[in-house]
Design a protein around this ligand. Structure first.
Ligand code: HH2
Length: 305
């Protein structure tokens, strides 16, 4: 068991106790007094965040939904399959992915996001850029999902002022170089410490605790061994007391484990990975294959918890 920073465990309140239970605990999204919250709720099912990449080059679905009508159709399909949140992204973060200019990213995501928000869906924006966050929130996004944990100038202040939910993810390095030579003395401890520091910085800037979700960032500046270790010990991050999001969908480590070179062939592996995380208390899973994941979670819930 890793000992995270003293601050981390000092204020986990009831969340920490819940998270320590042996059975998975759900989480829901809600708007209360005009504000979005992650409502941690023992009775709620695990949330499924469906991935909508409006990009030409995402590692598993690049180019499949990069026109507004096809992305909206895809999103509606994911909702029909049981997704509760739609995560809209306009810039690939795969290893070595090129940077996308702000305007280009906005042109990709805004029409899709605005249409889905107009239809009343719970929409999250997957971006690293404060400018994109701002316009996305104006267009109706209620969650900011950032693989850099709101590192961009003004991002924390913006999310605090606009009272959106945030997903703070850990990444070592940046997508261009992150897989070059990731190194950790103790990967679980370092990821946990980073996430708690970011969560506390967000809280100090005015983001409410119940708007914060943590994510270890599988595949982001981590070797195969780091990813396996983090997954096997995810319950230690759950004990930090914030809802944890697991984003294993179709990633390369799953290909290594199964011998599947093509990302689209990693559906079964992704479902198994999602369940391994849920078994340890993850409350949100970010997935491409919503139907398969939802079926698995229904069976899991009936048989396990
Ligand atoms: N993974 C990806 C992108 N965004 N966000 C969070 N919170 N957690 C993740 O694990 C995560 C993420 C990479 O997956 P994908 O969006 O399918 O690929 P790409 O970045 O190539 O578009």
């Amino acid at each position: 068991m890793t000992n995270f920073t003293a601050q981390a465990l000092g204020d986990t309140a009831n969340d920490g106790q819940d998270a320590g239970r042996s059975r998975p605990i759900g989480c829901s999204t809600e708007w209360r007094a005009g504000r979005f919250r992650w409502a941690v709720d023992a009775a709620a099912p695990v949330l499924v965040m469906g991935i909508v990449n409006v990009t030409p080059d995402s590692f598993s679905d690049g180019g499949q939904h990069n026109s507004t009508p096809s992305a909206v159709l895809h999103a509606e399909r994911l909702l029909a399959q049981g997704a509760q949140i739609l995560d809209i992204g306009g810039e690939s973060t795969r290893p070595g992915a090129p940077k996308v200019a702000v305007q280009e990213e906005l042109d990709r995501v805004l029409p899709v996001l605005a249409e889905l928000a107009k239809r009343g869906h719970c929409v999250s924006i997957d971006t690293r850029k404060t400018e994109v966050m701002r316009e996305a929130i104006d267009a109706g996004a209620v969650i900011v999902n950032d693989v850099t944990a709101l590192a961009d100038t003004g991002a924390v202040a913006l999310c605090a002022a606009r009272e959106v939910g945030v997903v703070l993810m850990h990444m070592q390095g940046s997508p261009g170089m992150m897989q070059a030579a990731p190194r950790y003395a103790n990967v679980v401890r370092e990821v946990g410490d980073f996430l708690v520091e970011r969560a506390l910085a967000c809280q100090a800037a005015g983001i409410a605790r119940d708007q914060i979700v943590l994510d270890p960032g599988f595949g982001f500046g981590k070797t195969f061994e780091h990813n396996v270790e983090l997954t096997r010990r995810l319950s230690e991050l759950v004990l930090l007391g914030y809802p944890v999001l697991a984003g294993w969908s179709r990633k390369r480590t799953l290909g290594t484990l199964t011998g599947r070179d093509f990302a689209a062939e990693r559906v079964h592996a992704s479902v198994a990975a999602a369940l391994a995380c849920v078994a340890q208390g993850a409350r949100i899973v970010r997935v491409h294959d919503v139907a398969a994941t939802v079926d698995a979670l229904k069976v899991w819930r009936a048989f396990v918890g």
